[in-house]
Design a protein around this ligand. Structure first.
Ligand SMILES: [Zn+2]
Ligand SMILES: [Zn+2]
Length: 362
């Protein structure tokens, strides 16, 4: 007959002889201390928490032997209930089984507690006001971020929108950031439309953020501005990152030999279903296939020697190729239409049709 400690024995319907505990070795009697240590790990601005308990395999095997003799409550169920009640009582925060603001993780083997804050998610729309910014962190390919001659010791080729938005946030929250955006613009393309994104902050120390203050700091460099900032849930990352929206672009176009009135008229009337083969410039990272996209010029005029055209296009349309033709890989194109070379000299995203996000975000 096995013997158990008083605490373990009380979880079983039949009684055991009380003595040295073959299940916990006396640890259950000391759980109060461990709960107190765990409660100290609850973050200052957490409103809720969850718990988990790791039970060593040897202990579970010993418990199985006791179950052979009597039905009872498992130590894991008992521990989770005990820790959640204790931590709630000591910290004054709400126990939230499905997650809450973070988790207190108890380990029965080492008899220690640690914490894991839930990530924070912030939705917003960013405008990129200057060329020469990449969307995400872009490490130098020669030194992989260590810093070398090619990158001027910076470790990266471009400063990124992700860093300009993420750094002011982690100054307030601690932790690390990662941006999930709906599509992207090239380094040399500005975007005044406001592109939807969710910034994820892993392992934050603080959870309360003055979004107005962060927004001002993001805008202080004059490169990126954000609007509509708000806290959202984990599920919204996918919603934003996987949604594709039609967009209006403004393109400045150089027409071979100068644009005449007839050229301008033809561009103005452009509304076509395109066949776009993967552009030469992105072939190294995308599969080669043909996509169908609709593009329509909604407005066009002269801006000095260049044609300035506003183009409403389906998500995923390659605009530079729509203009230049990409050696016939995009058909039709402005070049094929006019029968002369057209080059996109400058490009900006001026509108993104993403209103539905405001209706469905958590
Ligand atoms: Zn015991
Ligand atoms: Zn480098």
């Amino acid at each position: 007959m096995i013997s158990l400690c008083k605490e373990c024995s009380s979880r079983f319907e039949k009684s055991f002889s009380i003595g040295e505990c073959s299940i916990c070795g006396g640890k259950v009697a000391k759980m109060g201390e461990l709960a107190e240590r765990g409660a100290l790990l609850v973050g200052g601005d957490w409103e809720s928490f969850s718990v988990s308990t790791t039970i060593p395999r040897g202990l579970l095997a010993a418990e199985e032997k006791a179950f052979d003799y009597s039905p009872g409550e498992s130590i894991k169920t008992f521990a989770n209930r005990y820790f959640s009640e204790k931590v709630a009582a000591i910290s004054g925060r709400k126990y939230e089984p499905s997650g809450g603001d973070g988790r207190i993780m108890f380990d029965f083997r080492s008899f220690t507690a640690r914490r894991e804050p839930e990530p924070l998610f912030f939705f917003g729309r960013y405008r990129k006001l200057k060329e020469g910014l990449s969307q995400t962190k872009w490490d130098c390919r020669k030194c992989f971020g260590r810093g070398c001659e090619r990158c001027n010791g910076e470790g990266k080729m471009y400063r990124s929108v992700e860093e300009i938005i993420g750094e002011p946030f982690v100054k307030k929250t601690g932790g690390t950031f990662c941006m999930h955006a709906s599509g992207r613009e090239d380094v040399d393309v500005v975007n005044t439309a406001g592109r939807p994104f969710v910034l994820e902050i892993s392992n934050p120390d603080a959870r309360k953020v003055d979004l107005g203050e962060v927004g001002k700091e993001i805008a202080s460099g004059g490169e990126v501005e954000v609007s509509n900032l708000r806290r959202v849930g984990r599920g919204d990352v996918e919603l934003v990152a996987d949604s594709h929206f039609p967009k209006t672009y403004r393109a400045w176009i150089e027409v071979e030999g100068g644009a005449g009135r007839k050229d301008l008229e033809m561009i103005r009337g452009f509304s076509e279903m395109l066949k776009q083969q993967t552009p030469n410039r992105v072939m190294h990272r995308r599969a080669d296939k043909v996509r169908e996209r609709h593009a329509k010029v909604v407005n066009a005029g002269m801006d000095g020697d260049l044609v300035m055209a506003d183009i409403l296009a389906d998500a995923g349309t390659y605009i530079k190729e729509l203009i230049g033709g990409d050696d016939g890989r995009t058909e039709p194109s402005f070049s094929s239409l006019l029968g002369k070379g057209c080059i996109c000299k400058r490009l900006a995203v001026v509108k993104i049709e993403d209103y539905f996000l405001d209706l469905v975000l958590e």
